[in-house]
Write a protein that binds this ligand. Structure first.
Ligand code: UN1
Length: 513
């Protein structure tokens, strides 16, 4: 069997057989237990990574604190220059890093490369932003006074990321945090630790070449216990966490208990509304990619299709036909559409979701199943499934990270579809397929979608980095990436300056001595 250039990619990225797990200096090894990273592609052990012990953690934090004092006084545009170089390094290493993402996480090679492209794009965005960290000026109510606000670096940003975007989500956070003058401590998912090691090496090489402390970028490895060191640590003013709602609720409480800030990007239960005026061909492409792309393991994956009864049969039949064309297999082979799930535990959750939808009265149009035999040795490959269901089923209300698409029928006006779309606890991404201006605008209005992302005539996944990314309700309310998401990585200060010889008080208060 060909290894698709994986060995070569690992060498280019400096990923060794047993790796250091926490790093603030490339020579810094950790002392914790080993975790093994298996590829869901072929079930092979890729490498072992040392987890971060309490002692390692303290050493990392001290290095981060010291690095912050140096980094924050470097002018923002110069910090932007470092991020520019980091983006260039990513351009150089796009192929091997994209391959490692694909092999360690299981998404298609194209999507692995796409993820690295998102990293490059956010670097470019951050470079421009490094000259635009603007605050406002205000007119003071007092004579001879000037008022303005400025943004200062916040400190250490803790990043907890999920397995499904093992490199891009880190970059969305770090590229912005770095130009803002913050330093980052990253705990990648324990299901994709080698992606973390590879990224750390890339960042470290850029800092080293510029004579800057590597502590600007720090890595810690392990499970939730290591995450907890970060969330409970007063030295970390901001925690940016991506993952499940369950995890987010724990993180939010830990961070709130010490009145820290958290930026949460949690689960989605994303729907596409298909109205009588939808372009059916576009609908099918958007829905199929949204539901089976990344094997249904994006926060933005399409979980529900809310279809008007007048076009329901047509859409259902076209979907079933499209699914019949899907090729499931090794994601490094570009002729395949659907790769494996992350691990056997995910396969079990997929199976139990299918059992539950049937128990609750759903009808499986495509019943799915786990693939066996040659090429499927990892036991992580599943067939995408489609179920006709009701929105109030417990399982439909729940985000299952797998390629399962629920078809829901609506009748009457668009408000009924919107009620279904909003009738879940999550609020990440949403879409409407329609050529009707009134429907599109209603969907985007205050009475429309309650999600952080609302699209017209495109699917729910594949957001561009230029917009603020995140969602409402139990999705956590955070916004990352583009627009003015940078503001959360800085502290705002309001300054009032008196350039007279009097001391008039605000609100007209007299205080004569
Ligand atoms: C995620 O699944 O955590 O919009 C992020 C998208 C990607 C990001 C997904 N740009 O699908």
């Amino acid at each position: 069997a060909t290894d698709y250039g994986i060995k070569q990619a690992l060498i280019q990225l400096g990923v060794k057989e047993i790796n250091e797990g926490s790093s603030t200096g490339s020579d810094c090894f950790s002392n914790g237990d080993l975790i093994s990273s298996f590829s869901p592609v072929d079930g092979e052990l890729i490498a072992k990574v040392k987890t971060t012990s309490g002692e390692d953690y303290d050493r990392v934090m001290r290095t981060a604190e010291a690095a912050f004092l140096k980094w924050r006084v470097i002018p923002a545009p110069q910090r932007g220059e470092i991020v520019r170089q980091f983006g260039d390094k990513l351009r150089e290493l796009k192929d091997p890093l994209g391959k490692l993402v694909s092999y360690e996480m299981g998404k298609s090679l194209q999507e692995g490369l796409g993820e690295v492209q998102e990293m490059i794009d956010i670097c470019d965005f951050a470079v421009g932003l490094s000259r635009q960290l603007h605050g406002l000026t205000m007119h003071s109510e007092r004579p001879g006074h000037r008022m303005y606000e400025q943004y200062h670096s916040l400190g250490i940003v803790g990043i907890i990321s999920a397995f499904n975007f093992p490199v891009a989500v880190w970059a969305w956070n770090t590229a912005l945090a770095w130009i803002c003058g913050d330093v980052c401590v990253w705990k990648p998912s324990e299901k994709a630790p080698l992606c973390g090691i590879a990224c750390q090496h890339i960042a470290a090489s850029v800092f080293e070449a510029n004579n800057l402390p590597e502590g600007i970028s720090c890595l810690i490895n392990g499970d939730y216990r290591v995450g907890e060191m970060l969330t409970t640590d007063k030295r970390v003013p901001l925690i940016s966490a991506t993952g499940s709602i369950r995890m987010g609720k724990i993180v939010a409480q830990k961070v709130a208990a010490r009145l820290g800030k958290s930026l949460l990007e949690l689960g989605g239960n994303n729907a596409i509304i298909v109205t009588p005026d939808a372009d059916i061909k576009m609908t099918i492409i958007g829905a199929v990619f949204g539901a089976v792309g990344t094997a249904g393991q994006r926060c933005t994956s399409t979980r529900r299709l809310i279809i008007h009864e007048s076009v329901y049969d047509k859409v259902r039949d076209a979907l079933v036909e499209a699914y019949a064309q899907l090729r499931i297999g090794n994601p490094l082979d570009e002729s395949n559409h659907v790769g494996p799930l992350i691990d056997v535990e995910a396969v079990n959750m997929y199976q139990s979701a299918l059992d539950k939808v049937v128990e609750e009265g759903g009808n499986l149009l495509l019943k799915g199943g786990v693939l066996k035999g040659e090429g499927y040795e990892s036991a992580c490959y599943v067939k995408p499934a489609i179920a006709e269901a009701q929105n109030n089923y417990q399982i439909v209300q729940h985000e299952t990270f797998a390629p399962i698409l629920y078809l829901l029928k609506y009748s009457g006006g668009l408000e009924n579809a919107i009620a279904l779309q909003n009738g879940v606890v999550q609020g990440l991404s949403s879409a409407i397929m329609t050529n009707n201006l009134r429907e599109a605008e209603l969907f985007l209005s205050v009475e429309g979608s309650d999600c952080g992302i609302a699209n017209v005539n495109i699917g729910t996944s594949g957001a561009e980095i230029g917009g603020a990314f995140g969602g409402e309700k139990e999705t956590g309310g955070g916004r990352e990436s583009g627009s003015d998401a940078w503001k959360v990585y800085m502290r705002r200060q309001t300054n009032t300056i008196n350039y007279t010889t009097d001391l008039p008080l605000a609100q007209g208060i007299k205080f004569d001595l």
